[in-house]
Design a binder for this molecule. Sequence first.
Ligand code: ATP
Length: 369
Amino acid sequence: MSSNSFHLAVMPGEGIGIEVMEAAHAVLGAVEERFDLSFRQELIPGGAHHYKDTGAILPKDGLERAGKADAILFGAMGWPDIRFPDGTEIAPQLDMRVAFGLYAGVRPIRAIPGVPPVLADARAAKIDLVIVRESTEGMFASRGKGEIIDGREARDTQVITRAVTEQLTDFCCGLARRRRETRGTPGRVTLIDKANVFRSFAFMRQVFHEAAAKHPDIEARHHYVDAMALDLVRRPWDFDVLPMENLFGDILSDLGAGLIGGMGFAPSADIGAANGMFQPSHGTAPDIAGKGIANPTAMILSAAMMLDWLGERHGSNAARDAARAIELSIDLAFGTMNLRSYDIGGRNGTREIGQTVADLIRSGGADPQ
Ligand code: ATP
């Protein structure tokens, strides 16, 4: 395949995953028309309802097919009432992170023009940071392995490895460098940890600084997680790239999403050495599913992250330009055309937002200069 033609594994899932994926699909169609790009989309079902119907969370060869695609575009999976016999939730996305070694959970927290900021400070309009949630180990390494001893006590054990911490550090330094080149950010990576209490975090900090020393152009810092929770509310505009342990990233990325309008505005990418999976940070939202009111922005921005990643990986300027055009279209839709999704008190539904962004791309009004 040429570097401008990509094979996508499309996994809409269930609930609003399906609805926001439809909006992203409209946007990708416009991208194909406007840019020198083509996508071969392979639909892979899966999720809690699939489990209920078939006894399996994904088709037998689903994981293998997803792994062979150039990128995986994922909606949302999981449903509160449908669980495994042990009571745990069905979350194929967690299994895929481990199966494909998707160690870097990239979660940009960027203020979108026109979306009412939560913080009163004028600098809130400048929030542009990235939480990088390590996604294969940390506290989540204990998923499915924790023990309850004689009904007296329960234990889950955290795992931090040198190899993954080094990979994560290299990834974050590369990300900070690219952001500096493309967005004028400071080129700073701040590890978030709890090294004053736990050996595993002291180890993580040591390995982080050793690995970061190989990137002398990048400023490497560290910050305690409790102080970071405070500073995310007090001065989020001061931060750039923030790698952290899995559970810390799970929590702080939701806090970050809250700063920029909520889960409907928070995209994500799960990146490994060979695979990339792109999905909104939110779940299936059963309370609003089927009503056409889900905000598709996080899903659409996740598709932009996918194109940017494909562009870097395959040397495709068209994919990089398309990624930028999607981001600009979202900014124009909310900032200039005054679109307002339901989650921020507006009346623009899922389809309308997807269509508006697609039309902006088609018109060339958001082409990168
Ligand atoms: P998960 O555990 O899979 O992350 P969750 O059930 O904890 O999911 P979400 O589904 O992510 O939570 O979202 C929580 C609530 O936020 C939803 O019930 C919904 O009301 C709202 N929400 C989430 N995503 C969106 C969206 N894209 N647009 C509008 N509202 C949303």
